[in-house]
Design a protein around this ligand. Structure first.
Ligand code: APR
Length: 307
């Protein structure tokens, strides 16, 4: 069985562990800075295995030594933005956490493929790649799969059709500047631009862009974790099964889309080696402008790191 480590046994991490175990994608090591938390959740998940019928082993630990030999490492460690905290405060705190986590990944799981989930996603993925020193193909982030999943769900609700037949595409940074692409979003091959009026598409695009905030406003004391954990599980599956699925991911660009030394959401081919190919879509000038704006936002976040 592949060894899949999840760093951060909070809402997203623990639910991802559950989904990965239920799909028997591998054995799961759950780690966290809080003593007892990963152990308790891992034991609970092991007990659920006897009832739900899965053979994945789930262990909890506070010791990085236990991540040795991991094939995949999912990073959800970090804190969420609290009231009164600026975006810069969050950036500083999570950068510190991600640096520490990345040093341990480099030390104990030097051959792993790393999938980042912690926000601000595009910047944290950049920090992870730089700190681990890994080939950028082996470090990427979970953003577009979640955002396109949300877009697909909203389209399905609007059309009253199965979300399974929808293939949605969202590019750009994981935030206010993300770029949902209606032209590349289809229902069984038919672009939604042929199925929905422009105003409806605009409404669904806006809802997608604000998808995370909509959940936070409803929950009040937390953020989304069912869809984020589902998204990361899809990506883990593509890696451990080497499926070569084409999914939008936060990937390192070195010239693609005219961008360099930046992590940004683009369609990629995912397999055992990580990002095995970056797919360059032919964008219209408006789509390109929106992607440029998104890249600028990510670049200014990266610039803040050294400020
Ligand atoms: N090392 C390991 N784990 C840590 C560290 C650290 N240095 N710092 C914090 N953690 C752990 C926390 O103890 C907590 O259990 O990370 C976990 C984060 O879990 P939650 O607070 O429940 O957050 P969650 O909803 O899972 O989101 C995690 O994913 O979607 C993003 O924005 C979200 O950045 C956030 C991340």
């Amino acid at each position: 069985m592949p060894k899949i480590t999840i760093i951060g046994a909070g809402a997203v991490g623990a639910t991802a562990a559950q989904r990965i175990a239920e799909k028997e994608l591998g054995d799961v090591v759950l780690t966290d800075i809080v003593e007892g938390l990963p152990q308790g959740k891992a034991l609970d998940l092991m007990e659920a295995g006897s009832l739900f019928g899965y053979d994945s082993k789930i262990t909890g630990t506070n010791d990085y030594k236990d991540i040795e030999g991991s094939d995949v490492v999912v990073v959800t460690a970090g804190i969420a933005r609290k009231p009164g905290m600026t975006r810069e405060d969050l950036l500083k705190i999570n950068t510190k956490i991600i640096k520490e986590v990345s040093q341990n990944i480099a030390k104990y799981a030097p051959d792993s493929v790393v999938i980042t989930v912690t926000n601000p996603l595009d910047i944290m993925t950049y920090v992870t790649m730089k700190t681990t020193g890994f080939d950028p193909a082996r470090v990427f982030g979970m953003s577009g799969v979640l955002d396109s999943g949300r877009f697909a769900a909203f389209i399905a609700m609007e059309l009253g059709c199965s979300a399974r037949d929808i293939s949605a595409m969202v590019l750009g940074g994981h935030g206010d500047t993300m770029v949902p692409l209606p032209r590349f979003t289809t229902v069984s091959g038919v672009p939604i631009t042929e199925l929905l009026p422009e105003v409806a598409i605009k409404r669904l695009v806006d809802r997608t862009v604000n998808g995370g905030a909509e959940i936070v406003n409803l929950l009040k004391t937390g953020s989304a974790f069912y869809a984020p954990s589902a998204a990361v599980t899809n990506m883990v599956e593509a890696v451990v099964k080497d499926t070569k699925r084409v999914l939008p991911a936060c990937a390192y660009l070195n010239g693609e889309y005219g961008k360099k030394d930046i992590y940004l959401g683009v369609p990629v081919k995912l397999g055992r080696k990580g990002v095995e190919e970056i797919i360059e879509l032919k964008l219209t000038s408006d789509e390109k402008k929106a992607l440029d704006k998104s890249a600028e936002a990510v670049k200014s976040g990266i610039a803040e790191l050294s400020a």
